[in-house]
Each structure stands twice: as structure tokens, then as C-alpha cells.
Design a protein around this ligand. Structure first.
Ligand SMILES: NC(=O)c1ccc[n+]([C@@H]2O[C@H](COP(=O)([O-])OP(=O)(O)OC[C@H]3O[C@@H](n4cnc5c(N)ncnc54)[C@H](O)[C@@H]3O)[C@@H](O)[C@H]2O)c1
Length: 257
């Protein structure tokens, strides 16, 4: 249970959903977890014995301060989970330039800034762990396959998928592994946005939309937060020591057909 003992992890967008689940799972595996979000994370930090910090991932100055906080308050940084994200379901002709830039600012620039600022601190003691340090970026099945109404979101998650591979190449000799995670629809607030989009943009109607989303997955249902949190712990751990530049798909078969 203590496979991450001694490690410090930082999870963005950790106030709820996959981020909160990942923070709980990393803490259960023994890591000291810094939970950041624009929303309040103090209750979660108290629950898991971690540290809370307000952070907008699109703000570069806040990234510099957050990494300095990790060094000062937790002594370093070994695991970075770039999880904060926004979803959008709108036909491309109705998508505004503001929509496009807002989604790319959070989903793409947030990951870029997180890596840029965290890597120097992560490199300081990456040699200390058998599996090195680990960055886990949240992409999506939408980073692999397109669907009507999600062009903007597809663009952001496709970018995260390939940024991850480039980073893996750049950081391999510094013993920082970088992998992406590709969930199917997961039962969170964002999963609810997907159902709402299917009801309204695809015209499925409120009653049918949830069933339609469940049936997108050959296993017949949406995923749970724990399905993704467990994968994040694995990628962060020494068990994944030979994994870098990989895309871990956890989607109930969504992309297999
Ligand atoms: N839920 C799904 O179906 C699903 C599927 C595939 C991928 N993902 C990805 O997983 C990640 C988490 O998804 P979720 O379902 O938990 O979403 P969610 O909407 O439930 O939670 C997202 C969190 O990100 C935070 N956030 C948003 N903008 C931020 C910013 N600028 N700075 C800091 N925090 C910010 C929010 O406050 C929130 O706590 C996202 O990157 C999402 O794209 C989700």
C-alpha cells in the first residue's frame, strides 16, 4: 500500500471528479499530495493529509509560485498529474473564437505550463526512485477519435496526446517518464456535460441521452473515477518504470471498434 512512500505528488483540478479521486488514490498509496484547483481544496487536503493550494493552470506566475510552494512545503516534487480540464460540445459553426481559446488555454497551455515549471524540480531527485519521476497528462478518447460536436475538445486532447510523446523523448535521459491517460466517459460533472451534449447537440433527448452514452462503451456503461485513479497511481509508480510516451486507454472498449 505504500508503494509511493516518500514521493510528493501534485494534482491539478483536484477539487472534484477524476482529480479528487487521483489525489485520494495517490495518498492511499503513500504519496504526500498537493491538491490544486481554482476551487477550494482545503477539505480534501485535510482528509488525505496533503496540502491545498488555489491555482489557475492558465496563469504562468501561479505555476511558478505553486512549484516553489512544493519545494518549500513538501521538499520536492516527484509526480505531476495534469488533470484540470474543460469540456465543450458545440457544432464547429457555433463555436466562438473565445470558446476555442478558453479550452486550449486550460487543456493545452495548462499542461505546457505545468510541465515547463515542474520539470526542473522533478529532475532534482528523479534518480532517487527506481522508476524515476512521473508526469501523467489527462487526454481522452477524444484525443484519439473524433465525434460530432467535439472538434474543439478533440483538438485540445489530441494536442495533449502528442505533447506527451514529445515530452517523453525530451525527458527520458533525465529519468522523468511522461504518459497520457485516455478515459472513456467517466461519471463526473464533466461526464454529465457529455450526457447533456448528447441530449441537446445530438438531439437524443434527456431520457435517452444517458443510455446512449452508456452504450458508446461496449462494456455497456460509463467508467468510474476509480477506474482512472488506479491507472494514474500505476503510471506514477515504479511498476510502470519502463513506460514512457505511452497512451493508456481506459474506455470500456469505446475506441476498440
Ligand atoms: N469525465 C470524463 O468523461 C472525462 C473523459 C476523458 C477525459 N477527461 C479529462 O479528465 C480530466 C478531469 O475530468 P473530470 O471529469 O474530473 O472533470 P470535472 O469537470 O469534474 O473537474 C475538472 C476540475 O478542473 C478544474 N479546473 C477547470 N479549469 C481550471 C483552471 N483553469 N485551473 C485549475 N483548475 C481548473 C475545475 O475546477 C474542476 O475541479 C479533464 O482533463 C478531462 O478533460 C474526462
Amino acid at each position: 500500500m505504500s508503494e509511493l512512500a516518500g514521493r510528493v505528488a501534485l494534482v491539478t483540478g483536484a477539487s472534484r471528479g477524476i482529480g479528487a479521486g487521483a489525489a485520494r488514490a495517490l495518498a492511499a498509496a503513500g504519496a504526500r499530495v498537493i491538491v490544486t484547483d481554482m476551487a477550494d481544496t482545503t477539505a480534501l487536503a485535510a482528509e488525505i493529509g496533503g496540502l491545498a493550494r488555489r491555482q489557475d493552470v492558465t496563469d504562468e506566475a501561479q505555476w511558478a509560485e505553486t512549484v516553489a510552494f512544493a519545494k518549500a512545503e513538501a521538499g520536492g516534487l516527484d509526480i505531476l498529474v495534469n488533470n484540470a480540464g474543460l469540456f465543450l460540445m458545440k457544432p464547429i459553426t457555433e463555436t466562438t473564437l473565445e470558446d476555442w481559446r478558453r479550452l486550449h488555454a486550460v487543456n493545452v497551455e495548462g499542461v505546457f505550463l505545468g510541465c515547463k515549471h515542474a520539470i526542473p524540480l522533478m529532475a532534482e531527485r528523479a534518480q532517487a526512485w527506481a522508476g524515476g519521476a512521473s508526469i501523467v497528462n489527462l487526454s481522452s478518447v477524444a484525443g484519439i477519435a473524433g465525434s460530432a460536436g467535439t472538434v474543439c475538445y478533440n483538438s485540445t486532447k489530441g494536442a495533449v496526446r502528442l505533447m506527451t510523446k514529445g515530452l517523453a523523448m525530451e525527458l527520458a535521459t533525465r529519468r522523468i517518464r511522461v504518459n497520457s491517460v485516455h478515459p472513456g466517459v467517466i461519471d463526473t460533472a464533466m461526464g454529465g456535460e457529455v450526457v447533456h451534449g448528447v441530449a441537446t447537440v445530438w438531439g437524443a433527448g434527456d431520457n435517452e441521452a444517458r443510455a446512449q452514452v452508456d452504450q458508446m462503451h461496449p462494456l455497456g456503461h460509463m467508467g468510474k473515477v476509480s477506474d482512472i485513479a488506479n491507472a494514474i497511481v500505476y503510471l506514477a509508480s515504479d511498476k510502470a518504470a519502463f513506460m514512457t510516451g505511452s497512451e493508456m486507454i481506459i474506455d470500456g472498449g469505446f475506441t476498440a471498434h
